[in-house]
Design a protein around this ligand. Structure first.
Ligand SMILES: Cc1cc2nc3c(=O)[nH]c(=O)nc-3n(C[C@H](O)[C@H](O)[C@H](O)COP(=O)(O)OP(=O)(O)OC[C@H]3O[C@@H](n4cnc5c(N)ncnc54)[C@H](O)[C@@H]3O)c2cc1C
Ligand code: SF4
Length: 333
C-alpha cells in the first residue's frame, strides 16, 4: 500500500525531513520523491520499488532554466527533458546536451521526464526488473544472474563481480562531458556534487548507485560557462533508430585550433556502469592533430580497460568506432 502526497512549496523542508526518515536513499527506500514518474511508477508496477510514501514534488519551484552570473546555466530539477532540449541557450551553448536528450526515449516520455529523475533513472537490466529472479542490485547478496545469463546490452567498463548493469541515461553522458555540478538539498543543508562523483561504481554495493543520502532532494544542475568556439556532438548507436537505449554512445566537447585539439572533454554511454567520462581519451587527444589516426588512438585508450561479458564483446569495437565517428563528424566542419 502506497500513499501519494503533494509537496507544496512551503513544505519543501518538511518533505526533506520526511524523506530523511527513510533508511536509505537507494534501492528499497521507504519514501520516494516523484518527478515525471516514468521510471518510478514503472518500477512500482513491477514491485521492484515499493515505497510506503511517494512525495510528489511537481509543485515545487524547480522548473526554471536560468543563465548564471558567470555565463553558465542553472537547470531546475523539475525541468522536463523536452523543455531543456528545446531551450534556446541550451541549443546554442550546450548543444551536446540538447542532442543527447532528443535521442532519448520518445517525445511523450521526454515531455514527462524531469532532469532530477533522469539523473536517477535505473538500469534496464532485465533481471533487475523481474522480481521472480535474484539480483544483487535489488536484493544485496542474492546474486547476479546476468553474469552467466543474458548480458548483451550490459556494461564493459566499471563492472564488478557483483553487478554488470549499464547506466542507461543519454542526458548524463552529455552532463559528464560538460562537467556539470549536481546541487542537493538534504536534512543537513545544501551541497554541490561534481558530476563525476555523483554516480557510484557497483563494487560490492551495487544497490548504492549515487552519493544521495536519505532526504536528499536534487534541486538543480549547473553548467559551467560555455567554451567559446567548441564543437559539440552526441552520437548514439542502438538496435533501432528511435525509442531505444544506447549500445554505445559518445558525447564530445572539443576545441580545435590550427588543426590541433586544444581541449577535449569526452564521455561514453551504453558501455559503463555509470556515465563514463574518459580522461584517457581526453589525454590522447589533447595537443594532437585532429586526424583519424589520433582519433583511433583516443578510442583505443578509452576502451583499454574494457572487460566484455559472454554476449557483449562486440561493444568494445562498437564503442571505439562510435567515438572515432563522432570525432570525425565534429571536426568535419
Ligand atoms: C519506454 C522508455 C524508454 C526510455 N528510453 C530512454 C532512452 O533512450 N534514453 C534515456 O536516457 N532514457 C530513457 N528512458 C528513461 C527516461 O529518461 C527516465 O525514465 C526519465 O528520465 C526519468 O525521469 P522522471 O522525472 O520520470 O523520473 P521519476 O520516475 O519521477 O524518478 C526517478 C527516480 O528519481 C527520483 N527523483 C526524481 N526527482 C528527484 C529529485 N529532484 N530529487 C531526488 N530524487 C528524485 C525518484 O524518487 C525515483 O527514484 C526511457 C524510459 C522509458 C519508460
Ligand atoms: S547486472 Fe546488476 S542489475 Fe543486473 S542482475 Fe546483475 S546485479 Fe542485478
Amino acid at each position: 500500500m502506497h500513499t501519494f502526497e503533494f509537496v507544496r512549496p512551503a513544505d519543501q523542508t518538511a518533505a526533506i525531513a520526511t524523506a530523511a526518515q527513510s533508511k536509505t536513499a537507494q534501492q528499497g527506500a521507504d519514501v520516494r520523491f516523484l518527478g515525471g514518474g516514468t521510471t518510478l511508477i514503472d518500477l512500482m508496477k513491477l514491485n521492484v520499488e515499493t515505497p510506503a510514501r511517494v512525495l510528489d514534488i511537481n509543485r515545487l519551484p524547480l522548473d526554471k532554466i536560468e543563465a548564471t552570473s558567470d555565463g553558465g546555466a542553472k537547470i531546475g530539477a523539475l525541468v522536463r527533458n523536452s523543455d531543456l532540449a528545446n531551450h534556446a541557450k541550451i541549443q546554442k551553448d550546450y548543444s551536446v546536451l540538447s542532442q543527447a536528450l532528443l535521442q532519448g526515449a520518445s517525445a511523450q516520455i521526454r515531455n514527462m521526464a524531469t532532469v532530477g529523475g533522469n539523473l536517477l533513472q535505473r538500469t534496464r537490466c532485465a533481471y533487475f526488473r523481474d522480481t521472480a529472479l535474484v539480483c544483487n542490485k535489488r536484493e544485496p547478496g542474492s546474486g547476479c544472474p546476468a553474469i552467466t545469463g543474458h548480458n548483451r546490452t550490459l556494461a564493459i567498463l566499471g563492472a564488478s563481480e557483483h553487478c554488470i548493469a549499464t547506466n542507461p541515461s543519454d542526458m548524463c553522458v552529455a552532463l559528464a562531458a560538460l562537467e556539470a555540478t549536481v546541487h542537493v538539498q538534504g536534512p543537513k543543508g545544501s551541497r554541490a556534487v561534481a558530476f563525476g562523483d555523483f554516480h557510484l561504481l557497483p563494487g560490492t554495493t551495487p544497490h548504492r548507485e549515487t552519493v544521495l543520502e536519505p532526504g536528499d532532494l536534487v534541486t538543480h544542475v549547473t553548467l559551467p560557462p560555455p567554451i567559446a568556439g567548441s564543437k559539440q556532438l552526441y552520437l548514439k548507436l542502438r538496435d533501432r533508430a528511435s525509442y531505444e537505449f544506447a549500445l554505445a554512445s559518445t558525447a564530445l566537447v572539443l576545441t580545435i585550433a590550427s588543426g590541433k585539439v586544444t581541449r577535449a572533454r569526452i564521455a561514453l554511454g551504453g558501455v559503463g556502469t555509470k556515465p563514463w567520462r574518459s580522461s584517457e581519451a581526453e589525454a590522447a587527444l589533447s595537443g594532437k592533430p585532429a586526424t583519424d589516426a589520433i582519433f583511433r588512438q583516443a578510442a583505443e585508450a578509452a576502451l583499454r580497460d574494457a572487460k566484455p561479458q559472454s554476449e557483449n564483446k562486440f561493444k568494445i569495437e562498437l564503442a571505439k568506432r562510435c567515438m572515432v565517428h563522432a570525432l570525425r563528424m565534429a571536426t568535419a566542419s
